[in-house]
Design a protein around this ligand. Structure first.
Ligand code: CTP
Ligand code: MG
Length: 178
C-alpha cells in the first residue's frame, strides 16, 4: 500500500520530468530552444547547457500541475495521502511538485557542468533522482509526505527509470537499453 500511495503522490513529479524531456520531440514546440542559461559560460563551461530550455521548464510545470491537480482532486483517501487538502492546496502542491522536479533537474545540470561532465553524459545516480528530490523538497512547502514515502520514492525511482528505458528500447523508441 505504501508503494501505491508513494507512486500516486509522485505522479506530478514524474509527469513534469517526462514532459520536460518530451518537449524536445513535440512539433513546433521543439523549435523553441532558448536555453535557461542564455548561453552564459563560466571558466569556459556553460552554466547549465543547451539541454535545459525554457520550453522544457514551462511545458513540464504546466503538464505536471494540471494532471496532478486533476488526479489529486479525484482520488479518495484509500490511496491518496493528500485527500485532506482543499482544492487550492492541491493546486499549489501539484505546482510545487512539478516545478520542483524541473528545478532539481536544472540544479543537477549546474553541478554537472561545474564538474566538467558534458551535456547528455550520464552522472549516476543523480540523473535518476534529481527530479524526485527536487519535487519532494519544493512540494514540502505545501505538504511533506513523511520520510517513509520520501525514501521509498528515492529508492524506487532509479528502478522505474531503468525499466522504462528497457521498454522504450524494446519498442524501438531508444537506441540503447540503459
Ligand atoms: N529538456 C529541455 N528542458 C528541460 C529539461 C529537458 O528541453 N528543462 C530536454 C532537452 O532536449 C534535453 C532532454 O530533454 O536534452 C533530456 O533531458 P536531460 O537528460 O535532463 O538533459 P541532458 O541533455 O542529458 O543534459 P544534462 O547533461 O545537463 O543532464
Ligand atoms: Mg541526461
Amino acid at each position: 500500500m505504501i508503494l501505491i500511495k508513494a507512486l500516486l503522490f509522485a505522479v506530478p513529479i514524474y509527469i513534469a520530468n517526462a514532459s520536460g524531456t518530451l518537449s524536445a520531440s513535440i512539433p513546433i514546440i521543439k523549435k523553441w530552444k532558448q536555453p535557461i542559461d542564455f548561453g552564459v559560460e563560466i571558466n569556459g563551461k556553460r552554466l547549465l547547457g543547451d539541454g535545459k530550455t525554457f520550453r522544457g521548464l514551462i511545458l513540464g510545470t504546466l503538464t505536471g500541475t494540471t494532471i496532478g491537480y486533476i488526479l489529486f482532486s479525484n482520488v479518495n483517501s484509500d490511496i491518496s495521502i493528500v485527500s485532506s487538502l482543499n482544492d487550492q492546496e492541491l493546486l499549489l502542491l501539484s505546482f510545487l511538485l512539478s516545478f520542483g522536479a524541473l528545478i532539481g533537474d536544472i540544479t543537477k545540470s549546474l553541478a554537472k557542468r561545474r564538474l566538467n561532465i558534458k551535456r547528455g553524459k550520464p552522472w549516476v545516480p543523480f540523473d535518476q533522482i534529481d527530479f524526485i528530490i527536487g519535487g519532494i523538497l519544493f512540494g514540502s512547502i505545501a505538504y511533506f509526505p513523511g520520510w517513509m514515502i520520501s525514501i521509498t520514492l528515492i529508492l524506487l525511482t532509479p528502478l522505474l527509470h531503468f525499466l522504462s528505458n528497457v521498454i522504450a528500447y524494446k519498442l524501438g523508441l531508444k537506441n540503447v537499453w540503459w
